[in-house]
Design a binder for this molecule. Structure first.
Ligand SMILES: Nc1nc2c(ncn2[C@@H]2O[C@H](COP(=O)(O)OP(=O)(O)OP(=O)(O)O)[C@@H](O)[C@H]2O)c(=O)[nH]1
Ligand SMILES: [Mg+2]
Length: 401
């Protein structure tokens, strides 16, 4: 059950099920933080009192936003803690870091009726579903660059855009609603990639230098490089960042006709990965004359980035080499940086401006989609409902009073 299951009246949440969560990571640390969503009277339930403040007042009597020093549990084995009522029904307890103190406090609170919930449920229990989702997605950011965009969404940019949409709808400005929804939808795929890396698959004949290219782009020896064709059989992945964008490179088995069932299975897998990827790199060995497989690959993937590898060796392609090929040497590292730039341009052709609202969670994308479909059908009440759900989260509406 999430914190959202606890109903909201006009300003104060009615807490039906007291909940507790450890907000800090498990393991060693200087301070652990525990958050409790419950009436303050909960702390004074047990005979000895769970918390005894040095100022002598019960927790109910402590002012909101005041920090109170005290002891947790029976005097014989009391734990020093700092307690703060951060809202009427929301209390934070800061105790010694490490598992022992936090586990004890969580256990005591469970015994007096608190449900232990994941940290996400109580990280921001006062927030709407949309803001909470943005914060959750922020914790999954793989790079600093994606984190800074996600932080902006979590700081209110997306929320504000949805509010503006609702205002346009309420004012009957239907073309503005359509335009604003289309703008959000335009960034949905980009938003997905802020936590799910773009997939870049490396294809080519055996021995052209696919694994060498993966290693050169990754900056470490991820895949085995060998001078015998047919070295890579399975799909090998490496998670990297290019200019701060998360990318998964997929090195594949060299494509050729073969009697080996194992190699054939690898080739089939390579082709499936190629179809599913966001971008394909077709690698050619510029030092060897073109073969039928090279030409077939170029024909099959007209939108691929063409990489003419082994430029440190004499050219055997001449005029047959496509004009848009990127000449590189994976072995010497020559022009690999320029290739990385072209990969980024192909993947992130357009970057959002600083204030751009971006849906970053699959649920948000689903509701934007629903609102847009309704708007395109002229079903404005359904559009309004989808926008309301987009803000609130997917929990059911509270009963009307
Ligand atoms: N001279 C030169 N040799 C290279 C270059 N890139 C790769 N090689 C060599 O080419 C051979 C094959 O390299 P790999 O990276 O294993 O080729 P592959 O395409 O992954 O091969 P398979 O896994 O068999 O399909 C190795 O001996 C590499 O050292 C390059 O830019 N220049
Ligand atoms: Mg290989």
């Amino acid at each position: 059950m999430s914190a959202l299951a606890n109903e909201k009246t006009s300003s104060v949440s009615v807490v039906r099920v007291p909940q507790v969560a450890l907000l800090t990571a498990r393991g060693r640390g200087a301070v652990a933080t525990i958050r409790v969503l419950a009436p303050a009277s909960l702390f004074d339930q047990s005979a000895a009192g769970l918390f005894v403040a040095v100022n002598g007042r019960s927790v109910v009597e402590q002012a909101v936003d005041r920090i109170v020093f005290g002891h947790w549990g029976a005097p014989a084995a009391a734990e020093d803690v700092v307690l703060c009522r951060v809202a009427e029904q929301l209390t934070e307890i800061h105790c010694h870091g490490g598992d022992v103190a936090s586990r004890r406090i969580l256990g005591d609170l469970e015994r007096v009726g608190c449900q232990i919930v994941p940290w996400q449920d109580l990280a921001m229990p006062q927030e709407c579903g949309l803001d909470a989702e943005c914060r959750e997605v922020l914790t999954q950011a793989p790079t600093l660059r994606t984190a800074s965009i996600l932080l902006k969404q979590a700081s209110g940019i997306l929320h504000q855009a949805v509010n503006e949409l609702r205002l346009s709808l309420a004012a009957g400005q239907q073309s503005a609603v359509l335009r604003q929804l289309a703008e959000l939808w335009r960034w949905a795929e980009f938003g997905r990639h802020l936590t799910t890396p773009w997939q870049v698959v490396i294809l080519g004949r055996p021995n052209v230098g696919k694994s060498s290219l993966m290693n050169a782009l990754a900056g470490f020896e991820r895949a085995i490089v060998f001078d015998q064709p047919g070295t890579t059989r399975d799909v090998i992945t490496a998670d990297i960042a290019l200019e701060g964008w998360p990318v998964t490179l997929l090195d594949t088995a060299g494509l050729r006709s073969t009697d080996s069932r194992l190699e054939a299975a690898g080739i089939e897998l390579a082709q499936a990965q190629a179809r599913a990827a966001d971008l394909r790199l077709v690698v050619l060995d510029r030092s060897q004359p073109p073969e039928a497989t090279d030409l077939e690959l170029l024909q099959s993937w007209p939108d691929a980035l063409i990489v003419a590898n082994k430029c440190d060796l004499p050219d055997a392609w001449g005029a047959k080499l496509p004009g848009n090929a990127h000449g590189i040497s994976a072995l010497c590292g020559e022009a690999v940086d320029q290739l990385a730039e072209s990969i980024v341009q192909a993947l992130v052709s357009e970057q959002p401006l600083a204030g751009q609202a971006i849906p970053v969670h699959p649920r948000q994308v689903a509701f934007v989609d629903r609102a847009q479909a309704a708007a395109l059908n002229g079903d404005w009440p359904a559009c309004g409902l989808a926008l309301k759900q987009l803000l609130r989260g997917s929990e059911p509406e509270p009963p009307s009073r």
